[in-house]
Design a protein around this ligand. Structure first.
Ligand code: AMP
Ligand code: ZN
Ligand code: FE
Ligand code: FE
Length: 305
């Protein structure tokens, strides 16, 4: 994994460490730890994402595509060229007691065989789900082919937004909203439920790949009663800062983090142009969270295989 230290963003007076320390202390640095690319349901390529990160003057970014780390290699390379620190991550869809809970994994070992094998299974489930969605569309006499969706997605972890875009490109829907409203939303005629692993399994999978497990956007998930048992299962952190968290939601989860001694993370959950406007830059967390994440990963890494 390519990483560049945050110091590379600023000029360094190596011979005068006091000046160096002052400069780094005075210039506030920020990170966005929740970003999607075209390797899942975002629209930005790694290069475009990193261009946006540069524009936002971010010192560090994490890529957290759904059920995949396919984009981590190219994003790490683009970050290295741009002098931005990169953290490889993913966002796993899990469930616990009927709640869909997204678990972010950070600082993953991209070579970890069991991790790659397991997420490969989730990618196969996603691909089969696309075939099932398309077959339901066909039963509704909507003439879309699965191959058109796969060609458009061009990644291992396709999802409903790719079906929506394919419907629009084929002239079968006017826009993405219409595609979701008519066909793809939960309980609409082409909706197909997605298999989800348990939260405990997601946390264990992330840990055995050297990663740090973080509960994503708890303010959207609304499953506070599940947090204690997630902590029991080894949860390391909680995403207090998120685009959809109001200031009172943020302060609530900062208290939760304190109560359970969890790391604090945050990010924009930018999907490029898929959600109307790019969100990168709308949530910036202090860079200080990054070394804490890395220290946690370094302190717990063990190979289970
Ligand atoms: P999937 O992982 O295939 O279930 O797709 C989830 C993605 O679909 C997420 O990025 C959601 O934000 C997006 N999505 C879900 N509902 C809608 C909607 N009504 N309009 C647009 N995008 C949606
Ligand atoms: Zn998404
Ligand atoms: Fe999510
Ligand atoms: Fe996300």
């Amino acid at each position: 994994m390519a990483t560049v230290t945050c110091g590379s963003l600023l000029p360094s007076w190596g011979a005068w460490p006091v000046l160096d320390w002052l400069l780094h202390g005075l210039v506030k640095m920020f990170a966005d730890l929740h970003l999607h690319s075209r390797f899942s349901d975002g629209t930005y390529t790694p290069t475009e994402l990193v261009e946006q990160a540069l524009r936002q003057k971010l010192a560090a970014i994490a890529l957290t595509d759904h059920d995949t780390v396919e984009g981590c290699g190219p994003t790490a390379a683009a970050c290295e060229a741009a002098g931005i620190e990169f953290i490889c991550g993913t966002e796993l869809t899990a469930e616990q007691e009927g709640h869909e809970i997204h678990v972010l994994g950070y600082c993953l070992d991209l070579q970890n065989p069991r991790f790659l094998e397991e997420i490969g299974k989730f990618q196969a489930v996603r691909q089969n789900r696309i075939r099932e969605i398309v077959s339901r569309l066909n039963q509704l006499e909507v003439p879309l082919g699965a191959e058109a969706v796969f060609a458009l997605a061009n990644c291992r972890s396709p999802g409903r937004p790719h079906v929506a875009r394919a419907l629009v490109e084929a002239g079968l829907c006017d826009n993405l909203d219409e595609a979701f409203e008519r066909f793809l939303k939960k309980n609409r005629p082409a909706w197909v439920p997605k298999f989800k692993m348990s939260v405990a399994a997601a946390i264990e999978l992330i840990h055995q790949a050297g990663g740090v497990a973080v509960m994503a956007h708890p303010g959207l998930t609304r499953a506070d009663d599940q947090i204690a048992s997630m902590v029991e299962a080894g949860l390391d952190g909680i995403e207090c800062h998120h685009t959809k968290h109001t200031p009172s939601v943020v302060s609530h989860y900062l208290q939760v983090a304190r109560r359970f001694n969890l790391l604090i993370t945050g990010g924009s959950d930018c999907h490029g142009m898929n959600k109307g406007k790019p969100l990168i830059g709308t949530v910036k967390v202090p860079y200080d969270y990054v070394p804490l994440l890395k220290a946690k990963a370094a302190s717990t890494y063990h190979f289970a295989q």
